[in-house]
Design a protein around this ligand. Structure first.
Ligand code: CA
Length: 238
């Protein structure tokens, strides 16, 4: 069930989807946001939230964690698959927010219940401002290399580079090491989930392909150790 309400002022003309299964909270949040000039839609469960994100393409989602159907975590994962959508999560407990951060769920901010609608509006405005200022939020830049982890796009010197899903995951794992060296075993564990060190040949072939696409100075082989991203100046020589 989706109920869409036109904002009276239409100053912002931005669409916010509120996902909350407790009607009193949903209504309080929706009416406050409408009074701020946003277009607001409300849904009350996980599947409806995913559908509404696809059909309404909201500018931001206010997302409760505990939902019927599937929870806010799963909603967040699904709606971020194809498109970066700013999300403000509503948590029931303090430690829930810590857990979400630990899981790397793609939420931009968290607000613990009970919260004041005014606080929520302030958070929403801050998140929308950040989203407008930083369209490549979630990206990593290393010299000429730009990696957008949300859209999974890679640019080298301003030119798009087409990577396979595995190559992309390898690149992200290397980029997260911030120039540090990762062993094959570490990469296998991070990218493939192998714990026993098998599959080293697999890594080598994907790395070779990555080096072909990005250049051997971007994806460095550190002999006898593993692989790293970055300048070749400190490359270990054999
Ligand atoms: Ca709930």
């Amino acid at each position: 069930m989706i109920s869409t309400f036109e904002a009276m002022g239409r100053i912002e003309n931005q669409c916010i989807l509120v996902v909350e299964d407790e009607p009193t909270i949903a209504e309080a949040v929706a009416s406050r946001l409408r009074s701020e000039g946003y277009d607001v839609s409300v849904v009350g469960d996980g599947p409806a939230a995913v559908d509404a994100c696809a059909s309404l393409r909201p500018d931001l989602v206010v997302l409760d964690i505990g939902l019927p159907g599937f929870d806010g975590l799963e909603v967040c994962r699904r709606i971020q698959t194809h498109r970066r959508i700013p999300v403000v999560m509503l948590t029931a407990r303090d430690d829930e927010a810590d857990m979400l951060v630990g899981l790397g769920v793609g939420a931009d901010d968290y607000l613990m219940k009970p919260f004041s609608p005014r606080e929520l509006v302030a958070r929403i405005k801050a998140v929308l401002r950040r989203a407008a200022d930083a369209p490549a939020a979630g990206g990593v830049e290393l010299g000429d290399l730009a990696i957008d982890t949300l859209t999974r796009r890679v640019n080298l010197g301003g030119e798009p580079v087409h990577l396979t899903a595995t190559e992309f995951d390898l690149l992200v794992a290397l980029s997260e090491a911030r120039g540090g060296v990762l062993s094959r075993r570490q990469l296998l564990s991070t990218v493939w989930g192998y714990r026993d060190g098998s599959g080293a040949r697999t890594i080598d072939s994907h790395i070779r392909s990555l080096r072909r696409k990005l250049g051997s100075e971007v994806v460095r082989t550190v002999h006898g150790v593993g692989y790293a991203l970055g300048s070749a100046s400190d490359e270990a020589q054999s």
